[in-house]
Design a protein around this ligand. Structure first.
Ligand code: IMP
Ligand code: MG
Length: 180
């Protein structure tokens, strides 16, 4: 890696902290949906790591869907423009659906996903995110399950990237000197 590239330098959550928290979330979700089935909707790419670990801590029957969005800033608009790269939602209709996200920042991606999934008529629709960055919220969202709340810093690891790098770190670290 070039020396000029930003490098993650302070660990915010260790691998053990993350796995312990996911175990707690898995127990809560299993209890809340006891005797029911659930569809986990994974928002690629970042949430893939969280999904894989969370799913194995949930004891009720699960189905999986994978969605991917892309977003870009349009200087003529106050918000990001978001569109689907892939929008798999075969199992959503009349089922309990839980969106699994890596991080909720402005909330714009989540608003877009909620509108799409709600239109497919799920039995219930809830949100689970590993990280919540509430200080940068532009769109109010109700989060049902979250792992950790974080301050207004840019983080990488455990699925989260900077320029598609660092997703494979088993911990979450702050990336310094990164424009958001
Ligand atoms: P939102 O629409 O602003 O809530 O965007 C959420 C998306 O932005 C996440 O799914 C991430 O892909 C990305 N993102 C936001 N904050 C961070 C961060 O600190 N590190 C890495 N990706 C981030
Ligand atoms: Mg994401």
């Amino acid at each position: 890696m070039k020396k000029t590239e930003p490098y993650p330098n302070s660990v915010l959550f260790t691998e053990v902290q993350i796995q312990n928290r996911i175990r707690e979330l898995g127990k809560r979700i299993s209890k809340d949906y006891e005797n029911q089935e659930l569809v986990l909707v994974c928002v690629l790419r970042g949430a893939a790591f969280f999904l894989a670990d969370l799913a194995r801590e949930i004891s009720i029957p699960l189905r999986f869907e994978f969605l991917q969005t892309s977003s870009y800033h349009d200087s003529t608009l106050p918000s990001k423009k978001i569109q689907f790269i892939s929008s798999g939602s075969e199992y959503v209709k009349h089922r309990n659906v839980l969106i699994v996200e890596d991080i909720i920042d402005t909330g714009q991606t989540l608003k877009f996903l909620l509108e799409h999934l709600q239109a497919l008529n799920p039995k219930s629709l809830k949100i689970c995110t590993l990280l919540d960055k509430p200080h940068r919220r532009k769109v109010p969202v109700k989060i049902d399950y979250f792992g950790f709340e974080i301050p207004d810093v840019f983080v990488v690891g455990y699925g989260l990237d900077y320029a598609q790098l660092h997703r494979n770190l088993p911990y979450i670290a702050v990336l310094e000197n990164t424009p958001q």
